[in-house]
Write a protein that binds this ligand. Sequence first.
Ligand code: NAP
Length: 343
Amino acid sequence: MEKLCRFGTNRVIEPKGVLPQAATKIDNTMIVKDNEILIDVITLNIDSASFTQIKQACNKDVNKMEEMILDIVNTRGKMQNPVTGSGGMLIGVVKEVGSAYPVSTVQAGDKIATLVSLSLTPLKIDKIHSINITNDQVHISGQAILFETGIFAKVPEDMDEHLVLAALDVAGAPAQVDKLVKEGDSVVIIGAAGKSGVLCAYQAMKNAGPNGTVIGVVNEEWQVQLLQDLRLCHSVVLADATNALEVYDKVLAVNGEQVDVTINVVNVQNTEMSCILVTKDTGIVYFFSMATSFTKAALGAEGVGSDVTMIIGNGYTKGHAELTLNLVNNAPKIKALFEQKYT
Ligand code: NAP
């Protein structure tokens, strides 16, 4: 009898011996093993860095994007963008629970959001019904498999499923902000008007409190207005995050000095140095962006003599789903923004 692996390595086809995320091809046969869950997928939320790359490569042509997504999934057995390496997550309805699956609270018929990346989730797409070019969501008919170690959240019955999908895609970000930002801290959020940006800004304002400062960095005029209307930052700086000196000059003009904590939630490359330059030597940079380069960050910090602590944006931290859904439910303006964009 096949010995089942909790991490899903039984499904790795190439190269043998690696975990599913590192594999270039995994087995997406939709027959559930004893320690897996089979899901009928409703919608994929493609990670923003990946979706942006696909959109650019296809010149925003939705038919070409559809072809590219199908090609990736057919080749790899999972939705892992070969350029960014990233995935996203999905919502769907549980079709079957394997006999040895360890979580007893899930059963066929439950609507769930997966909290592990699509870059390791076996996926088969029968049909793409539509691609929403403005919010990274792809509505499909298809199936997916969740491994024994694959975490998930049940979609609350009183919340719209696509809003939940959007919020949980980036649940790690505000939850990490909650861990990193202390009372009185100065904080910069790079990409503050994006999906994770607004959630992080809200959490940072809450944690930093009345003696703290939260500065949003955005690249379009309307985003300045949006953040001001939502009262999500004390100041908003209009700057291109790929231009480190511009960001540095403008943040220092507002804050007078470098900040304690910087959160990177953009979806484009070459923003490492903006974050490092605006952060104190003793401070922390949290790189949630999937377009972050370890090499650029490490060598760049060394190059400017910065002893800053840099944290890789683990998408998971304990309680992240609950914190994020509570945040959305307790912040009516953010909820309204998400409803407008994602439902
Ligand atoms: P999003 O909603 O697309 O937000 C990204 C924001 O960055 C947008 O407001 C965008 O503005 C802004 N931006 C782009 N280029 C910029 C520039 N040059 N200067 C300043 N701002 C710029 O993305 P998201 O869903 O919040 O995701 C944010 C990042 O987290 C992505 O890289 C995503 O891949 C990553 N992510 C990581 C994890 C994890 O586990 N670590 C999980 C999910 C997502 P425009 O709209 O004007 O371009």
